[in-house]
Design a protein around this ligand. Structure first.
Ligand code: DAK
Length: 255
């Protein structure tokens, strides 16, 4: 398999393994969707790391495969691809991308589906589709603009230029930069901390932010309000409040 899910201690790692560049062919895209569903369903997965290995995150869709597709084939295919990336973005648990080396085109778009991005000092990110006579098609025009703002996103999309880790950090495209050898460890540490949190409240927080951003503020506030009230039905809420009253803040252990 070119991508697998490995689970240990509450953290699921979705690991791309298609050397040399983890180019995302159709089979890999389909498998990503299956793994997103699996990570969503499994109770032993409480947070997820997206990782491409020590050398490269992913250099985008498989251009050699895509070159032979015609207009009709792409119409038939394009929704599936967007949906496989959306399935990753909709995993209702914290997701951290661990980015080493290139994250280009569909690779960058995959990283954008995570809640947070840890980049190695050797990382290079970008949306080079314009250099192929294309535009991003796996959510890049939407998720990148929402993350870093429209003019910075247009700069990257119009020029296709690659940004190194330090510029990506300044742009807000990544959240942390660490030495390349420590990327996975750092992302895993981040995910592990979140995996110990109250799972339903984390889901509520993620869905309120993500769905709220797609809506007008009144709708977003309604989403938040309904989740907030709903959390009063959870054991974690009882645990958290009891722990505060008895032992002080931040000491609860959630099940
Ligand atoms: N696809 C296929 N093969 C790739 C590849 C890719 N994206 N990227 C690299 N490779 C291959 C190279 O062809 C080369 O193969 P061989 O010649 O050894 O057989 C091998 O990986 C090593 O690459 P290089 O020799 O080029 O290595 P360098 O270190 O010199 O350069 C690079 C690394 C990553 C900078 C360079 O390879 C590069 O620029 N790669 C292309 C990056 C790119 O343009 N990515 C965007 C692809 S377009 C869709 C929506 C969206 C998409 C698709 C569909 N639908 C709605 C259905 C997404 C589109 C994209 O991602």
């Amino acid at each position: 398999m070119t991508v697998n899910l490995e689970v240990a201690d509450g953290v699921g790692t979705i690991l791309l393994n298609r050397p040399p560049m983890n180019a995302l062919d159709v089979a890999t895209q389909d498998r990503l969707r299956e793994l997103a569903v699996e990570a969503t369903r499994r109770d032993d997965v409480r947070a997820v790391v997206l990782y491409g290995g020590e050398k490269v995150f992913a250099a985008g869709a498989d251009i050699k495969e895509m070159r032979d597709m015609d207009h009709a084939a792409m119409i038939a295919r394009s929704r599936d691809l967007q949906e496989s990336f959306t399935a990753i973005a909709r995993i209702p648990k914290p997701v951290v991308a661990a980015v080493t080396g290139y994250a280009l085109g569909g690779g960058c778009e995959l990283a954008l589906c995570a809640d947070f991005r840890v980049a190695g000092e050797n990382a290079k990110l970008g949306q080079p589709e314009i250099l192929l006579g294309l535009i991003p098609g796996a959510g890049g025009t939407q998720r990148l603009a929402r993350l870093i703002g429209p003019s910075k996103a247009k700069d990257l999309i119009f020029t296709g230029r690659q940004v190194k880790a330090d510029e990506a950090l300044t742009l807000g495209l990544v959240d942390r930069v660490v030495p390349a050898a420590e990327v996975y460890q750092e992302a895993h540490r981040w995910a592990s901390r979140l995996a110990a949190g109250p799972a339903i409240a984390l889901r509520a927080a993620k869905e309120s932010v993500d769905f709220g951003l797609e809506a007008d503020i009144d709708t977003g506030l309604a989403i938040e309000r309904n989740w907030f009230a709903g959390l009063f039905a959870t054991e974690d809420r009882e645990t958290g409040m009891r722990s505060f009253v008895e032992d002080g803040p931040g000491k609860a252990t959630f099940r």
